[in-house]
Design a protein around this ligand. Structure first.
Ligand code: SF4
Length: 213
């Protein structure tokens, strides 16, 4: 029996979830409208850049109604520094014309992923921050790196990794587990020189056990 088969993952994850519970999301949003816009803008860009441009953007476009009235030229001027802004502007316009008002922003996985520019990862982030029951687990590029190191999945892509995490953990942990792994990846389990000695997962982590000197 290998370590993966022996590990009680719900128990093993408790200290990790506890460590990062309540930690502010890396996107510094003020409400769910802002988060929806920011997750669309942050794809293939980086959170720090989106945080930097967000205050001015939301001064001009404080809610979905204002965004729905904005024309392409205005949005291009405001978002020209964002990678792939042309596509993202079209998606935001599509979302705004469909949703119309902040109160109509959906909070189910099915409805969120039906919006342009919103994939499962973004939908899971929005649902977590909205405080609704999780229907999946956030899998970003940090989770794609860290979860296989832990040994909780052998998956190489986000879909398979999310499925394995959902199978290994109870639904009550789904909302927090993904972001907890993501924060671990951002702070401790970096691509090179992961800091095993500072990691709350070091007694169960397959990679750590295999690389013990
Ligand atoms: S023990 Fe090391 S390899 Fe494993 S998750 Fe922690 S930092 Fe990453």
């Amino acid at each position: 029996m290998n370590l993966f088969e022996q590990t009680n993952w719900p128990e093993a994850f408790k200290p990790l979830v506890e460590k990062y519970k309540g930690k502010q999301h890396p996107l510094h949003y003020g409400n769910i409208y802002q988060l929806l816009v920011m997750v669309v803008l942050s794809a293939q860009d980086n959170d720090a850049h989106i945080n930097k441009i967000a205050p001015d953007f939301f001064k001009k476009y404080p809610d979905m109604k204002a965004l729905a009235k904005a024309n392409t030229a205005e949005l291009t001027e405001a978002l020209s520094s964002v990678r792939f802004h042309t596509n993202k502007i079209a998606w935001l316009q599509d979302i705004a014309s469909e949703i119309k008002e902040d109160k109509n922003i959906p909070t189910t996985l099915k409805e969120l992923t039906a919006l342009k520019g919103v994939g499962r990862k973004s939908a899971n982030v929005i649902m977590r921050e909205a405080g609704v029951q999780a229907e999946g687990i956030v899998v970003d590029l940090h989770v794609v790196r860290v979860a296989p190191r832990l040994g909780i999945t052998k998956g190489k892509n986000a879909d398979k990794i999310e499925k394995d995490l959902m199978a290994a953990l109870p639904q009550s942990m789904w909302a927090d587990a993904g972001m907890a792994i993501s924060f671990l990846g951002r702070e401790i389990c970096r691509p090179t020189n992961p800091k095993h000695s500072e990691c709350v997962m070091n007694t169960v982590c397959e990679y750590c056990q295999a690389h013990k000197s």
